[in-house]
Design a protein around this ligand. Structure first.
Ligand code: C2E
Ligand code: MG
Ligand code: MG
Ligand code: MG
Length: 282
């Protein structure tokens, strides 16, 4: 009892901790308004074929332009949104906005690419999610294969059975599923084999160690994933040396600043137009 009080007292009087808590609370309050006030946006980062460089898809990444703080990183506000449950309406907004954007791109002739959306742990507990996604695809006239959902390895470990059930339902509808940040959790091969997934994204901490220890880890992940029939994407590719290694190692796709940073939707289209023009012979 005394100990519990003691701990509370520490939490209450430690000014740094108190400030951090106040900051979180403030962001949580502001985030509630952000959705209505149009402060959230999606940027898109290219995913390309490692060999040909052809665009295979784009990953949608949330951006929050706070009215007084300026841009707030999703690494900061996504966990806050998860804690408060706000990630459920925000996550639905992300799915809807990504589908709307993809349909608009297709209308402009930009076809054949997929959009990947990050799914949070809370959303994997949402029984309504498959119906919500069905309705979205119908509304925007998109085939399920256009949409890829990224779920982090840690989420899958945490929520194993529930998440697997929901993911299996989504995949049965034809959506693509990818494990994000692979290698940072502790999934076994047996567990991986049980997952209803199409692709695996090698976490950028390993890519950062190329050249170096990241090479052996990447090679091992590629052998395992390809053995299970999965497509492999390497994240956070920043250098020519990393790109060269990944090409030689047989990694299917890459994503990273080396290829493109996450950019607003108009820039994706502008770059696609530029690439198309470049490709014209003569
Ligand atoms: P993630 O899904 O693993 O996304 C990759 C992150 O790496 C992005 O950070 C991206 O901008 C960054 N990145 C890409 N290439 C490079 C590179 O070459 N070097 C480096 N250093 N970084 C690179 P970002 O946009 O800050 O997002 C951070 C995380 O926030 C994401 O990690 C994802 O877990 C989460 N997140 C972002 N958008 C959403 C969303 O719509 N919903 C949910 N639930 N989570 C999201
Ligand atoms: Mg991701
Ligand atoms: Mg990742
Ligand atoms: Mg991440």
């Amino acid at each position: 009892e005394a100990k519990r009080h003691g701990r509370n007292r520490v939490a209450f009087f430690d000014p740094r901790l108190r400030e951090a808590m106040a900051e979180r609370l403030r962001l949580q309050t502001d985030l509630r308004r952000a959705l209505e006030q149009d402060e959230l946006a999606l940027h898109y980062q290219a995913q390309v074929d490692t060999r040909s460089g052809a665009l295979t898809g784009v990953e949608a990444l949330l951006r929050w332009d706070h009215p007084t703080l300026g841009p707030v990183s999703p690494a900061v506000f996504v966990p806050i949104a998860e804690e408060s449950g706000l990630i459920v309406p925000i996550g639905r907004w992300v799915l809807r906005e990504a589908c709307r954007q993809l349909a608009a791109w297709r209308g402009a002739g930009f076809s054949g690419v997929r959009v990947a959306v990050n799914l949070s742990v809370r959303q994997t507990r949402d029984e309504q999610l498959p119906d919500f996604i069905d309705a979205l695809l119908g509304e925007f006239g998109l085939a399920p294969a256009c949409l890829e959902l990224e779920i982090t390895e840690s989420v899958l470990m945490e929520e194993a059975d529930l998440a697997i059930g929901l993911l299996a339902r989504l995949r049965a509808r034809g959506l693509r599923l990818a494990i994000d940040d692979f290698g940072t959790g502790y999934s076994s091969m047996a567990y991986l084999q049980r997952l209803p997934i199409d692709a695996l994204k090698i976490d950028m901490t390993f890519v950062r160690d190329i050249p170096g220890d990241g090479e052996a880890i990447t090679t091992a992940i590629l052998a395992m994933a390809h053995g299970l029939g999965l497509c492999v994407v390497a994240e956070g590719v920043e250098t020519q040396a990393q790109h060269d290694f990944l090409r030689a190692a047989g990694c299917d796709q890459i994503q990273g600043y080396r290829i493109a940073r996450p950019v607003p939707p108009d820039d994706v289209l502008a770059r696609w137009h530029a690439d198309a023009t470049e490709a014209v012979p003569g």
